[in-house]
Ligand binder design. Sequence first.
Ligand code: BGC
Length: 450
Amino acid sequence: MQHSSSVRLISAIAAVGGLLFGYDTGVISGALLFIKETWTLTAFEQGWIVSSVLVGAIGGAVLSGNLTDRLGRKKIIVITALAFFVGSLATALARSPLELMIYRGLIGFAIGIASYTVPLYISEIAPDNKRGALVSLNQLAITVGIVLSYLIDGIFAKVEHGWRYMMGVGVVPALLLAAGMLLVPETPRWLISRGHAEKAKEALRRIYGDCDEAAEVSKIRGSMLHEEQSSFRELAAKWMRPALIVGIGLMFIQQATGINTIIYYAPTIFQLAGFESEVSAISATVGIGIINVLMTIVSIRLLDKLGRKPLLYIGLCGMIAGLAVLGGAFYSGSAGGALKVVSVLSLIVYVAAFALSLGPICWLVISEIYPTQIRGLAMSVATVANWSFNLVVALTFLPLVELLGTAYTFWGFAVVGVWALWFCKAKVPETKGKSLEEIENNWRRMSTEP
Ligand code: BGC
């Protein structure tokens, strides 16, 4: 089949959903410093302003499988874009902390749906040999969204009630996503599952240019033969259990090694480390965001060459080292300059190592390890797990810092990192270069081995 460049363009348009995921989760880090000035907030309330997004995201992730199956991938992404639009506007105009939490919850709902639907949409239009890179485009967009949110935070840091603008800017990518998605086709796979073979052929033409549409349609039909059986029962089947554990386990280590304490609270951490002005704390944070983008690009280039597992090992070692040093710097309490330098350097190492490994690889591996018949359901279980672990970490981070101190909190994340090394070695299969059938057969074989 000849692949036109339009498949890349279409994937990039859908990935604007990832950009919104990144923007709307990252924006709170800088905005929080100013929201605290508009209203006097306790650590608990601050935790909830950050976390209401995550509660919404869990809800969105729970419903997304069902919604995308019934209404189609494209329509759901368009509706999600509108929810992003309304949510951004409403948070910008919020009149009380409670309103802010509720509207952030709506945005979170949209993020939860996007985090499942965008990779699903891309994986359903991508040719097999490009799926890894195209699906990871979503992670790249997430990191770009995060860095944009930091930049916008920096721009409005000096403006009165700047946080309202920081939140409001989210309307722009939301509109772009809605408009862009109206122009792209529904996925052929979904159209076929609804019995619209002719529309599927037209979609195939728009995605791939010249291709043998009839052959493609029958190939997709063939791969869908087993899909009817998808159910929780199937998911709980003995031979599938290790795969389920790998998905949930990867999401656990992605979140419980603390990435979002940095993404959401970086300026707060930099203030703890002695960056006095809000602007300097936010500037240091922008640097961290840029490293996140650059190292994601490096990772996408290496994924198919080095394999997933070597990158996981290298990344986890870097993360553990960064966390250990960061904890040490806070423990020694070295005043002023030294603490600043060490905290920035160790955060750079930590974020770079995350972007190389857990960032893209966790989302990629869950799109690879499940057999077709349970893929949607298993991916949504893993997505819900991701947001739930994220919520637990975000809610407990500031209270933990108060209770144990910053040093022990970061060391705690490092300990999870050490456990994660074992988990990756013992449980995660290498998927590089393997066909989905080979991966499926491996699980079956493992379940029959003594
Ligand atoms: C994670 C997010 C995180 C982001 C940082 C994603 O893979 O799921 O929780 O904020 O990476 O780049």
